[in-house]
Design a protein around this ligand. Structure first.
Ligand code: SF4
Ligand code: SF4
Length: 473
């Protein structure tokens, strides 16, 4: 899109910072339209999931728990213990690759639809503001009027609701770390045993309130690292909310008596509807900009205008720079298909990693530094250590059975009982008849069982004296 030097001015400054360096407060008009309705449903579903998460339990455990302190995670009911940490790290790496590839193709779709900053800002805090202070013009008027009764009660009510909501959000967030029951206990005890946590929660509530009451769109514009990456991730083929300048230019005011197709004017009637709804205060007609979070509010606003003036919708739509410049529409072409297959493959890989994870892990090793012992005149013994990691939700009694060769196992101490989420350890002797020893290192096989259930088969070696072996050969 070719613009004059003057019209490129917007690239030299942020839309929310004045030339004097002051913050320009954005008063976006409440959006309405087809996409906005979909976003409402989608965002409230996400919020419901977030706030209900700590209360939904599977077999007594929450459906989602992110206890970074004890390195215990529950994701959709699957428990991950510290021993599974590598899985989470691998999943994170795959997720980063996924995000990069996703952005190359689908642009900032995530920012507009899923990002917590957008969801909370547009569908919680902004909604409270519309409810108490009214739409954009009323908000502006209220801010400019003196501190009379109306302004005092409206501002106080709004900020009290903001604070209450920030506190609820942080409590939910903390419940994801400690579990809702433990948090409930801490509250019931007035945080007497967890003063530090109480101050952390107060600090986080303050930070959350500040972000949504004051900092707002600045998070997306200057603080978010994902936003900063857009410049390198997006290319001419990335799908973004775009203004069709081929169709829209040259702009001109709407005249109901004029036939727009023959007048030489483009479809943009310079009504400014797309600008007033923008939560980051930009004009999408200036082309792709870092500030655009792809919230689609301008798409809905422009579609409403196009319907009113009897022109086709989609002057602002999801499109790539290439399709706009070539005057074509988005197609599910080979490139998009390839990336989508790769993305699906990555998701499949993450799912696969989760499924191959075993619930019980067993290791059997000969005790370090130990040699064989003469058990009696006919038998030799070796001492072993068994370590069992129990990732299930119940305590497991563990038994070791010797499968190969013929011999005996003598546990040292009581039956090994491994508590849920813990690692248990025990020593045992393997006693083999000297006749069974074929070399100084005999392969032996164990079967690990819990009650009736076989857990796994483990192999190891048995040490024996060379001379004895020779005698028996
Ligand atoms: S809403 Fe559509 S018609 Fe109005 S200014 Fe924006 S692009 Fe032009
Ligand atoms: S330009 Fe449109 S899509 Fe981008 S942030 Fe503004 S309203 Fe949302």
């Amino acid at each position: 899109m070719e613009l004059s030097d003057e019209s490129e001015d917007f690239r030299d400054r942020l839309s929310t910072i004045s030339e004097q360096g002051d913050r320009v407060w954005v008063y976006p008009k409440k959006p309405k339209g087809r996409l906005y309705k979909r976003r409402i449903w989608f965002s409230y579903s996400l919020l419901l999931l977030f706030f209900a998460g700590p209360f939904i339990k599977i077999k007594g455990d929450p459906i989602l728990l992110l206890n970074i302190i004890e390195r215990k995670f529950i994701i959709f009911g699957i428990i991950f213990w510290p021993q599974d940490f590598y899985l989470l790290v691998l999943s994170m790496i795959f997720l980063i690759v996924f995000i990069v590839l996703f952005t190359v193709i689908y642009g900032r779709l995530f920012c507009g639809w899923v990002c917590p900053q957008t969801v909370f800002m547009e569908f919680v805090y902004r909604q409270v503001e519309y409810l108490i202070e009214g739409n954009n013009n009323k908000q502006r008027k209220l801010d400019n009027q003196p501190w009379d009764f109306e302004k005092i009660w409206k501002k106080s009510a709004k900020h009290l609701v903001f604070l209450a909501f920030s506190l609820i959000t942080i409590c939910t967030f903390v419940a994801y770390i400690f579990g809702v029951d433990e948090l409930g206990q801490m509250v019931a005890n007035h945080f007497t045993t967890s003063r530090v946590l109480m101050f952390v929660m107060i600090g986080l509530t303050g930070a959350h309130y500040f972000i949504f009451a004051k900092f707002r769109e600045q998070v997306c514009i200057i603080a978010c690292p994902y936003g900063r990456l857009q410049g390198v991730l997006l290319d001419r083929n990335s799908i973004q909310v775009s203004y069709d300048y081929k169709r829209g230019e040259p702009r001109g005011k709407h005249n109901p008596l004029e036939n727009r197709e023959t007048s030489g004017k483009g479809d943009c009637i310079e009504c400014g509807s797309c600008e007033v709804v923008c939560p980051t205060g930009i004009d999408i007609r200036n082309g792709s900009q870092l500030e655009c979070i792809n919230c689609t509010a301008c798409m809905d606003a422009c579609d409403a205008v196009m319907t009113r003036i009897n022109r086709p919708k989609g002057l602002i739509r999801y499109a790539s720079e290439r399709t706009i410049s070539e005057g074509t529409h988005l197609k599910f072409n080979g490139r998009v298909m390839f990336y989508t297959v790769v993305l699906t493959g990555l998701l499949g890989l993450i799912a696969y990693l989760f499924t191959i994870r075993t619930e019980v892990e067993t290791t059997i090793l000969r005790v370090q530094g130990s040699l064989f012992q003469e058990y009696d005149s006919l038998h030799i013994s070796n001492i072993y250590v068994i370590q069992v990691v129990n990732k299930t939700r119940k305590e497991l009694p563990i038994n070791v059975i010797l499968e190969e060769p013929n011999g005996e196992i003598k546990m040292m101490g009581n039956t090994l009982l491994v508590k849920k989420g813990e690692m248990g350890e025990a020593n045992f002797l393997v006693v083999l008849p000297k006749a069974e020893l074929k070399s100084s290192q005999t392969k032996i096989e164990f079967k690990i069982v819990s009650g009736e259930k076989e857990i796994e088969e483990v192999e190891s070696t048995f040490n024996g004296p060379l001379e004895l072996n020779k005698k028996h050969q």
